[in-house]
Design a protein around this ligand. Structure first.
Ligand SMILES: N[C@@H](CCC(=O)NCCCC(=O)O)C(=O)O
Length: 251
């Protein structure tokens, strides 16, 4: 059987006068090298894409992290300067792709911005600058250091007993590399909390009653997917679900 394919919604990037639709190596590389799945990068057209035409042709959905933030208007809030930068082209595609994937039972792995999009797509809300909220930690990316140093595995999260992730990496405390300014505020009704940070920030969710693997994580398992056991297991579980879905589609 040919290698399965997952849709990866692109970010909009502008270099000079040229607009690019791009996905980062760390995500598509981990998808291929650890999950064993190919990535088809989906253009971030602000007018959207034919969602069914995409989902009819893939075996999973991988929603990556990104510097940009989900537009507050998409979860009923008025945007302030601190809520940016924005990527309306990405928002226009990730949210319908997530809804379609959940409806179809397509395997889904949503990372960082991806878990935030998952929550918004299913009716939840976000909080910006979560470090400014009383009682919350500073979850932001460090200002200094190279990328490996910024993505070092250092924060504790607690994986909930009986959760989907507990079945993949075990319940209890693990160390992760969680770097974010926004966070889940109101949890979408169809999501279950899978992991929390010591300050109560939601760090992972799963879709209740999902027909397949449908998990969002606020941290970055893609970054050390080859060397960090929990990170690797998350990508391996996603890949296994994608292959199972592919086989079922072939009949
Ligand atoms: N913008 C959101 C989501 C953060 C996120 O996805 N970060 C990924 C790392 C960015 C990078 O690739 O450098 C937030 O800030 O909460």
């Amino acid at each position: 059987m040919s290698k399965p394919v997952v849709a990866v919604p692109a970010d909009t990037k502008t270099f000079g006068e040229i607009v690019w639709h791009a996905a980062q190596q760390q995500y598509v590389g981990a998808a291929l090298d650890v999950a064993g799945v190919m990535s088809f990068i989906i253009p971030a057209f602000p007018e959207g894409n034919d969602i069914d035409a995409i989902l009819d042709r893939v075996d999973g959905l991988l929603v990556t992290g990104a510097i940009s933030n989900v537009a507050p208007a998409l979860y009923g809030k008025t945007a302030e300067d601190k809520d940016g930068p924005f990527d309306p082209g990405r928002d226009a595609n990730t949210l319908p792709l997530i809804r379609g994937a959940v409806e179809r039972g397509l395997p889904l792995l949503a990372i960082c911005r991806g878990i935030q999009e998952l929550n918004v797509a299913l009716g939840g809300t976000l909080v910006s600058e979560v470090h400014e909220v009383d009682g919350r930690m500073d979850h932001r990316e460090p200002d200094d250091g190279n990328r490996d140093e910024k993505f070092v595995i250092r924060q504790s999260v607690r994986i909930a007993e009986g959760s989907c992730l507990a079945g993949v990496i075990g319940a209890g405390n693990i160390k992760v590399n969680s770097l974010h300014r926004q966070a889940i505020s109101d949890l979408a009704p169809s999501l279950a909390v899978e992991a929390v940070a010591p300050d109560g920030t939601v760090e992972a969710v799963s879709v209740i009653g999902a027909k397949s693997f449908a998990v969002g994580v606020q941290w970055h398992p893609e970054y050390w997917a080859k060397s960090d056991t929990p990170s690797r297991k998350i990508f391996e579980a996603f890949g296994a679900a994608v292959r199972e879905y592919q086989a079922a589609q072939k009949g």
